[in-house]
Each structure stands twice: as structure tokens, then as C-alpha cells.
Ligand binder design. Structure first.
Ligand SMILES: Cc1cc2nc3c(=O)[nH]c(=O)nc-3n(C[C@H](O)[C@H](O)[C@H](O)COP(=O)(O)O)c2cc1C
Length: 160
């Protein structure tokens, strides 16, 4: 099986699209990235998990500040997903000008998102080229009544 074959089969799995914010505030110590590899893993305690490429800038923040906030995007927010799918650079603060407020953990809640889950990192698991980040959900809420942004929109997570 080739890598592109695997990617084509993965593309058949339907998923939602979120922006995961990291850090506890401050321009140099916060970031956000578009994530679709997200799933719920426990009711008690409430937990979910994201898979993040170990080469992404955000991984260092997840390992050090140990918190993150999952912001589920609405079907009208494909442009925002595109913005956060670009690699962070020192010249470009992806979170600048995006309506937000700090979650209890300090990560940004994108206030135009459909819903959010504010998490403290409970466990990190190495999985090939990705890091599985299990988060204990400390707070969650629905922010607006809008259908979620999904892979049906054509958005796709591809290996660079
Ligand atoms: C629809 C879509 C879904 C994505 N899902 C993930 C994901 O689940 N995990 C991941 O590591 N990267 C994912 N990415 C890629 C990251 O968003 C992208 O590489 C980003 O630049 C990483 O940001 P950073 O380098 O500033 O941390 C996705 C991209 C798109 C367009």
C-alpha cells in the first residue's frame, strides 16, 4: 500500500473540522491549528483526544503548557480553517484579529465557533509521526446554533 493510497482511503472517513488553540495566553506562547483527527474517548472523566503531527509548531506548546481548547467550526467558517492550517511563523500571529476570549485554562475560545471544549492534557502517547494528546475536559459549551464544518465541504488533512 502506498502513502497516497492510504490517504485516499482515510478521506472516506467523515470528520468535523476544529481549530485547536494552545498555550496559556500571550503572543509568544499561544497558537492555533486546524484539526480533524479528534475523537471523544471517555464520559467519566470527560475526555477527548487529538492527534497532532510531531513536526507541527503546536506540539512544543502542547508538551510544555499542557492545555488546549478545541473550537468546533461552523459550516460558514471554511476560511478560518484555511487560516489555521498554515504553519505558525514569528511574523504571523494566526490568532490576531480573531474574536476570542480566554478559557479557564488560558487557551483561546474562538467566540464565533459553534462549540468548544477546554482541556488540560491528561496523557501524551507517541504514535508514529503523530502525538496523541488526551485531554481532560474542564469546561465545554455550545456557542451558536449552526451546522458544523465537515469533510463534506472538501477540506482534507494531507501529509505535506
Ligand atoms: C482540514 C484539515 C484538517 C487537519 N487536521 C489536522 C490534524 O488532525 N492533525 C494535525 O496535526 N494537523 C492537521 N492539519 C494540518 C495543520 O492544521 C497544519 O499543518 C498547521 O499548519 C499546523 O500548524 P502549526 O505548525 O502552527 O502548529 C489539518 C489541516 C486541514 C486543512
Amino acid at each position: 500500500m502506498s502513502k497516497s493510497d492510504f490517504g485516499d482511503v482515510l478521506a472516506k472517513i467523515p470528520y468535523g473540522v476544529s481549530v485547536v488553540t494552545t498555550g496559556r495566553g500571550g503572543a509568544q506562547v499561544e497558537n492555533g491549528l486546524t484539526v480533524s483527527w479528534l475523537c471523544q474517548v471517555a464520559f467519566e472523566p470527560p475526555m477527548l483526544m487529538i492527534a497532532v503531527d510531531k513536526l507541527h509548531y503546536s506540539v512544543d506548546l502542547l508538551r510544555s503548557t499542557k492545555n488546549f481548547c478545541v473550537n468546533l467550526l461552523g459550516e460558514d467558517q471554511a476560511a478560518l480553517a484555511g487560516r489555521f492550517a498554515k504553519q505558525a511563523t514569528t511574523a504571523d500571529d494566526k490568532l490576531a484579529d480573531v474574536p476570542q476570549r480566554p478559557a479557564d485554562s488560558g487557551a483561546a475560545i474562538l467566540t464565533d465557533a459553534v462549540a468548544y471544549f477546554d482541556c488540560e492534557v491528561a496523557q501524551l502517547v507517541e504514535a508514529g509521526d503523530h502525538l496523541l494528546v488526551l485531554g481532560r475536559v474542564e469546561d465545554a459549551a455550545v456557542l451558536r446554533d449552526r451546522a458544523p464544518l465537515t469533510s463534506a465541504s472538501g477540506l482534507r488533512y494531507r501529509k505535506r
